[in-house]
Design a protein around this ligand. Structure first.
Ligand code: DGJ
Length: 712
């Protein structure tokens, strides 16, 4: 049973294959503090016979009236009120000016893998339901909250996090996060958690480039005052929390002076004022907690399995090799040139051709027509269909770039509806890239955007949309101040959901100036994500390493582009550029019109090779390998779902003299099975490949290798 309830102890135990999560109710309904829901355990799987000990064998903290009470790490959902000073998840204003909550438990329901615990405020008709869902095979617990105002007046929500995640009190907590900035997204970073509150967040209306809405915690212990090493790639306990929200978010980690630790995850409360009118309900986004007893690699594989099972809209479906014309032509797009690019792409083995920004622009650059999703007549005199037909004749699918939340002032949509954009009376309307943002919280704006996209997808024979979002929200005055941060995101989700329902075969790529929006909520509505505008293969290694810490390669779109790289001006060999892109979903993004026969020949070979390994790469198990060729080297091993195929990538920025041939130690193989190295025909046991490894030769700068093995 994934969920057990001990009636006598009033205790719920949620069990995954390797994890247990325990909460209990204490106090009496109507008593001094009422019946409260308390957190008791989250960690390695325990027995139901342990529950009594979890409830009664509690350390007595040194008494002091200065503590926040109850302590945050002992509560399931910390609300603002009473003597609580720790980071809380929920804060509301009642109509009479009361700003504190006093919740008590009114009931619970267990249904299969789901548990809900209902609470109500002791004075106001304000209801909170805590929802839990266990995903046993992934050692995951989903949590979300439903709020309902059954009272007579409006309640204003000031803070609406989806969960408090109490973590164990062990020495030396460390936080792993995916932080960075534009073009340097998802840098895997691990740092000691210091006392106080550490906040990772976005206030931009999208998840943003500065941090990805996911964290992981492990403990390094204390050895004579110095931190130990903590969890490793393969060993040690790691807890991870992610939030499925495509807008402004906040994950705060609070470490108290005595080592108590809790993480609060949810919608960002910055500038939030969400009114719940009488009778209104609000379901907060899902936050998921995963526990791995098998180190960071274990966390990654659990996240991948979780996304494949519960997030990916097309699990197990191979992603096509694509071509995107952005870096080849930028805004300077016209039909004949795109047809020529499409012909070259098809000749190299490409399966999906995507025309990027520019096709609708009546002028040069980025100043016109954004929001009018019709081809510019001087670029496409016979409409987009002329290109779509040619692409289809060449045997490829046809994709189109759009940025549905945006418009230029110089556009028909703005001329017709100047009141549809966010603005604040008396304040400057700031533009970024000459763009304003549509108020997608409004139903009529959603309908108009949906109609335009529907028309485009239908009339242009479009199979794929690249949904971009290139500027943060700002000056977001709306009739309901502060609710915009919620409403915009819900509006985006709604439009995508309705569009997908009308066009079930349509594929969508999520992009926000690169990796600005790739959270679990948007990934459940899109087949692919563009992790970064930085296509420099040397930089991509780290960006992709971070992205794939949580997301499987099946959503990680990677292009091979020209050198010097557009953003960094760095040059890398074509082999390195291909290998880096082949470790995700391979795409081409260079100007194929200037590729010579030698490049074309190599590209054909790489594309063909990729098609052979793509199921393994996209849907297999990922294992990060130890650096083999110096500190700046890295390796990844993908193992197909049935364990029969193995693809190993090794990358090195600079190989030292006399250190060309090195052993690369593999991970995740069956030690007892035999594997044949398809290059040499040599047969080795999984045990040998783990303990000694495979000899790989790399030379020079930006060197790489792709090796494949087959289990016998
Ligand atoms: C930002 C994206 O990340 C790029 O790939 C490209 O689509 C441009 N926008 C187009 O404006």
């Amino acid at each position: 049973m994934p969920i057990t309830y001990d009636e006598e102890l009033r205790c719920f135990a949620l069990h995954g294959d390797n994890v247990s999560y325990v909460l209990a109710v204490d106090g009496e309904p109507g008593g001094a503090v009422g019946a409260r829901v308390r957190h008791r355990y989250w960690g390695p799987r325990i027995a139901d016979s342990d529950l009594a000990s979890l409830l009664y064998d509690l350390p007595t903290p040194g008494w002091s009236g200065t503590w926040s009470r109850p302590r945050a790490h002992t509560e399931e959902y910390v609300v603002h009120g009473g003597l609580r000073y720790d980071e809380c998840a929920l804060k509301v204003d009642f109509p009479d000016g009361v700003r504190e909550l006093e919740l008590e438990v009114t009931g619970h329901e267990v249904a299969g893998e789901e548990l809900s615990v209902s609470l109500v405020d002791r004075r106001y008709d304000f209801h909170v339901v805590l929802h839990y869902r266990v995903r046993p095979a992934q050692d995951a617990v989903d949590r979300w909250v439903e709020l309902a105002n059954e009272g007579a007046g409006s309640v204003v929500l000031q803070r609406i996090a989806s969960a408090t995640w109490p973590l164990p009190q062990r020495p030396g907590p460390h936080l792993t996060s995916l932080v960075g900035r534009y073009a340097v997204e998802t840098q895997l970073t691990r740092q000691r958690v210091n006392p106080g509150v550490h906040v990772l967040e976005s206030r931009r209306g999208i998840p943003g480039h500065a941090a990805h809405p996911v964290v992981a915690v492990d403990y390094a212990g204390e050895r004579g005052g110095a931190a130990g090493t903590g969890a490793s790639e393969e060993h040690g306990d790691v807890w991870s929390v992610a939030l499925a929200w495509s807008g402004s978010w906040k994950i705060s980690t609070q470490l108290a002076g005595d080592g108590a630790l809790h993480v609060t995850a949810g919608v960002n409360d910055f500038d939030l004022r969400h009114e719940l009118a009488p009778g209104d309900r609000l379901t907060l986004p899902v936050t998921t907690g995963i526990f791995s007893p098998a180190g960071f690699g274990g966390v990654t594989r659990r996240w991948h399995s979780y996304e494949r099972s519960y997030v990916d809209p097309r699990p197990g479906v191979d992603r096509p090799v694509s071509y995107n014309s952005w870096e080849a032509t930028f805004y300077d797009v016209e039909c004949g040139q795109q047809i020529e690019l499409a012909r070259r792409a098809a000749d190299l083995g490409v399966e999906l051709f995507i025309i990027d920004d520019g096709w609708f622009r009546t002028g040069p650059g980025d100043e016109s027509s954004l929001g009018d999703w019709r081809p510019a007549p001087h670029r496409f005199p016979n409409g987009l269909r002329a290109l779509a037909d040619e692409v289809h004749l060449l045997g490829m699918r046809f994709g189109v770039w759009v940025e549905p939340e945006m418009l230029n002032r110089d556009s028909d949509i703005f001329r017709a509806h100047p009141d549809w954009v966010y603005r604040m009376p008396g304040r400057t309307s700031h533009e970024v890239r000459h763009q304003l943002v549509l108020d997608l919280g409004r139903a009529e704006v959603q309908d108009a955007v949906l109609a335009a996209l529907d028309d485009l997808v239908g009339s242009g024979d479009v199979d794929y949309l690249k949904w971009d979002m290139n500027r943060p929200l700002g000056t977001v005055g709306t009739p309901v101040a502060g609710a915009v941060w919620w409403n915009h995101v819900v509006g985006v989700h709604r439009v995508i959901d309705r569009l997908r329902a009308r066009h079930p075969d349509l594929w969508i790529e999520t992009c926000a100036s690169g990796g600005g929006r790739a959270d679990l909520a948007i990934l459940s509505r899109t087949e692919l994500a563009w992790p970064s505008d930085n296509t420099d293969a040397a930089d991509r290694v780290a960006i992709q390493r971070g992205y794939s810490f949580v997301h499987p390669a099946s959503s990680m779109l990677c292009w091979v582009t020209d050198v010097p790289a557009h953003l960094t001006k760095r040059t890398a060999p074509l082999s390195f550029r291909f290998h880096v892109a082949m470790s995700g979903v391979l795409g081409l993004g260079g100007n194929l019109l200037s590729w010579g026969e030698e490049e074309n020949e190599q590209a054909r070979r790489y594309v063909a090779q990729y098609k052979k390994i793509r199921s393994t790469v996209q849907h297999g198990q990922l294992h990060r390998l130890e650096p083999s060729h110096g500190r700046d080297s890295s390796g990844i091993c993908h193992i197909s779902a049935d364990g029969s195929e193995v693809a190993v990538f090794v990358f090195a920025r600079a190989v030292a003299a006399t250190a060309f041939e090195q052993y690369v130690r593999l991970r995740g193989l069956d030690p007892k099975a035999s594997y044949v190295d398809t290059r040499t025909g040599r047969v080795m046991s999984g045990a040998l490949l783990h303990s000694r490894g495979l000899v790989v030769e790399l030379k020079g700068d930006l060197a790489s290798a792709l090796l494949t093995l087959r289990r016998l």
